[in-house]
Write a protein that binds this ligand. Structure first.
Ligand SMILES: C[S@@+](CC[C@H](N)C(=O)[O-])C[C@H]1O[C@@H](n2cnc3c(N)ncnc32)[C@H](O)[C@@H]1O
Length: 481
């Protein structure tokens, strides 16, 4: 396991993707985070509050927010994630697709930095919780899903034609089966005195009658002080506008909620990370409970707010003006940490890979590869499928791997081919091209084996030519034009 390459009490300022990518793998015990939820609005802090001036956007647009680099790499390395995002885009709209891509790449890096005994709590609400659960099943593994926790609160809401919306959702996933979990209890309600209405004269313990098949037994209340085991519906009051811990930050969450998460899934001294830490509720809760912490936020006022909050909580004492003379110094960084491990990034099938530097010809986008291969496999104005030999219009062709990703096949053009949609579906993530030919023969889908072979040869020749002539004007015109 790698050593952390960041210090306790660090607050990173900027887009969390670059900071997450800079963190060593498997270094963090707990990630408790509350990203934007795709609420299609912008949030602003209350003027004159501690957080005055803070704002962040929670609107997502396909053309502005989705990078070709992400879609390509997710399509290649995380086919299940790509399919579910495509489904969400169809069912909900482009904005949900864009939001899921944006958050998906970050959830993959969070998975990488989590230790084997680590846990993720993803705070969301019903706007996207169902799509996010699918995505976490695909990234963290459905066997690592532990709870859907309902945070139930009461607040004032306007009249509407729906039942009042009074809950958020916390999705809890672990990295493996060997996770940290401390069972928590909450006090018994008043019902307990009514239910266990008798008191044993000798021991003072409460008890009640329990009847089984007509026979009555005495049942003692085990431990009055310890309370009842916590279930997955958490009643924690919403932060009112006059609450003492209010900083004015628009989406601030109660400390009680994050303290509970931290107590349940980490021990003293463990490292807690919040990559969307806002006004630092997670760092403050972690500090209160004797955990180490790292917070990341794109908002530039986060640092001042954390210091002011920690000081208000009595956890920092200053004899000189902040920030350099705080006795427990908070490190404020704007550059990502330097990796001191093997530099792995989140990669296919949850395996970690050590990236090697790519040659320029290996970095072609899907669009560019499709264009080159469509020319190589063309015939009579159409494109020949390299799986069945059918001649179809380019729109019916899909880019696939010759050697599957699951088998170590690479993403560059020399391992690519264009297949018609049925062949691509049949090949899925596991068949080789040879395996596809056999499957097509069996299913009587193979139309012209000779043509399919010709298409493959032309594609291979063209890919070799691109590799060998990448810098030539002809090749550049082919890629760019
Ligand atoms: C819902 S708020 C978190 C509120 C936090 N739980 C609290 O109690 O204050 C989401 C936060 O994510 C931050 N954020 C949005 N995009 C980000 C990005 N790419 N990198 C880092 N932080 C980001 C926003 O600035 C905002 O503070």
């Amino acid at each position: 396991m790698a050593e952390p390459n960041f210090k306790n009490r660090t607050l990173y300022h900027g887009d969390n993707l670059s900071f997450l990518r800079g963190m060593n793998s498997e270094t963090v015990q707990l990630i408790a985070t509350d990203p934007p939820f795709n609420k299609n609005r912008d949030f602003h802090a209350t003027p004159d509050s501690l957080a005055a001036g803070a704002r962040f956007k929670d609107r997502w647009r396909w053309h502005d927010d989705v990078h070709e680099e992400w879609t390509d790499s997710i399509k290649d390395d995380w086919p299940a994630v790509e399919s579910l995002i495509a489904g969400a885009r169809l069912a909900y709209g482009d904005d949900m697709g864009a939001f899921l891509y944006w958050l998906g790449v970050r959830l993959m890096e969070m998975h990488r930095v989590l230790r084997q005994d680590g846990t993720l709590y993803l705070h969301c609400d019903p706007t996207a919780s169902h799509y996010l659960k699918l995505m976490l099943d695909a990234i963290y593994g459905r066997q690592n899903f532990r709870n859907e926790i309902i945070w139930h609160y009461r607040r004032w809401t306007a009249a509407s034609r729906n039942f009042q919306r009074m809950h958020d959702v916390l999705l809890r996933y672990t990295k493996s089966d060997a996770f940290t979990f401390n069972l928590l209890y909450e006090p018994y309600g008043d019902w307990i005195d009514k239910d266990y209405r008798y008191v044993d004269e000798e021991t003072g313990r409460r008890w009640r009658w329990h009847t089984v098949k007509g026979k009555r037994y005495k049942v003692f209340l085990e431990d009055r002080d310890r309370g009842v085991k916590l279930n997955d519906v958490w009643q924690i009051p919403y932060l009112g506008s006059t609450a003492k811990e209010r900083t004015g930050y628009p989406t601030q969450k109660p400390l009680a909620l994050y303290r509970r998460i931290i107590k349940a899934s980490s021990n003293e001294g463990d490292i807690v990370l919040d990559p969307f830490c806002g006004c630092a509720t997670t760092p403050v809760a972690a500090e209160q409970l004797g955990r180490q912490w790292v917070g990341i936020d794109i908002w530039d006022k986060a640092h001042e707010t954390v210091l002011a909050r920690l000081a208000a909580e009595g956890m920092l004492t200053a004899d000189k003006p902040p920030p350099q003379f705080w006795t427990k110094r908070v490190h404020y960084e704007t550059a990502p940490p330097r990796r001191s491990d093997r530099n792995e990034l989140a990669a296919p099938s949850l395996k970690l890979k050590t990236p090697r530097p790519l040659e320029p010809w290996e970095k072609l986008s899907h669009r560019q590869m499709k264009k080159i291969l469509a020319q190589a496999q063309r015939s009579n104005g159409n494109v020949i499928c390299a799986g069945c030999g059918r001649e179809l219009e380019r729109e019916f062709m899909e880019l696939d791997h010759i050697r599957p990703r699951a088998d170590g096949g690479e993403n560059h053009i020399r391992n690519r081919i264009l297949l018609c949609r049925p062949c691509n579906g049949r090949k899925a993530q596991y068949l080789t091209l040879r395996g596809l030919l056999h499957a097509n023969k069996k299913a009587q889908w193979l139309k012209d084996e000779g043509l399919a072979q010709l298409a493959r040869e032309h594609a291979r020749e063209r890919a070799d030519w691109v590799r060998d002539n990448f810098d030539s004007a002809e090749c550049q015109a082919l890629i760019g034009g």
